[in-house]
Every structure is written in structure tokens, then in C-alpha cells.
Design a protein. Sequence first.
Length: 177
Amino acid sequence: MNARIGITGRPGIGKSTVVRRVIERIGTRTVGGMLTAELRDKERAKRVGFVVEDLSTGEKGILAHISERGQKVGKYGVNIGDLERVGASAIERAVENADISVIVIDEVGPMELKSERFVNAAVNAIESDKDMIVTVHWRANHALIRRIKEEFDMCEVTAANRETLHLRILRSLGFDA
């Protein structure tokens, strides 16, 4: 049985940090998929958007930005072009590449769900025979998120466990923690 790890938690609690720690321990050769990160205005130290990164190629794009004219999620306009070019493509390649044993999708949330191609790529990954680590928005109510919450071993990142949760996930994936 393949490991299916779902990670949730409040915004800013450290979901992506937990995923990055797991990837650091496993190594990037067998991990594929996508990560997101905050984009900050250095002068004002304010979040202005989000970046999406392909784990296999290192390619990055703008997922959402306060000045983006795309579909809005809160104050951010979603950049569907970069989401699909970088994020959805990264998931699709991870499913197809036999050398990839762990697929990471960080995250499945309201911004990413604006793209049908992203949703289809995520569903194909779930239906693959590969181990998965998926972060999900803590309150979003969408069929894909409900499916992940039902089918995956869900972990909630909290202030109490965020420094050690990656060890539990590594063990679930069959790695020494």
C-alpha cells in the first residue's frame, strides 16, 4: 500500500516547511511535483503573492500576486498561466516519470483550484501508484480536497508538532527518521 500523506493547518503554521524538511531528508532525485512559497516585498516586509516551483526542474513562476489581474482569491489575482506551466506540468511529469517515487503537491487550495488542468493533474497523481504528500487548505470545501481528506492519512500542523512532524511523515513513507 502506498503512503498517502495529507497535511493541513492554519495559514502560516508551517505546512510547506514540514514538506521541505521531508524532501531534504529524502533527497530530490526521487521526488517530483510542486511547492509554493510566499513572495514578500523586501522593503515593506509584506506578503505580495505566492511563487510556484517545479521540484524536478527548479523552474519558478508567479502563482498569485496582488497586482495580477486574474481570478481573485482574497486580494490576490491568480496567474493561471504560470500555475499550469509550472505547477500542473510538474505534477504531470512526476506521474509519468518512473524515477519519481514520491509526488508532492503543495498546496491544493482555492488558488490552485481555479485551474482545471491543475485539478486534473492532481486527480491523476492521486490515481497513480506513487507515494504522495499533499498540503490542503484548512477550510476549503471542494470535491478534490474532500477526497484527499477521506483517502489520505491526514496530519494537522500545529505549533506543538511543527518541529517534529516531518519525522512522522518520513516513517510513514518508509524512511528512517
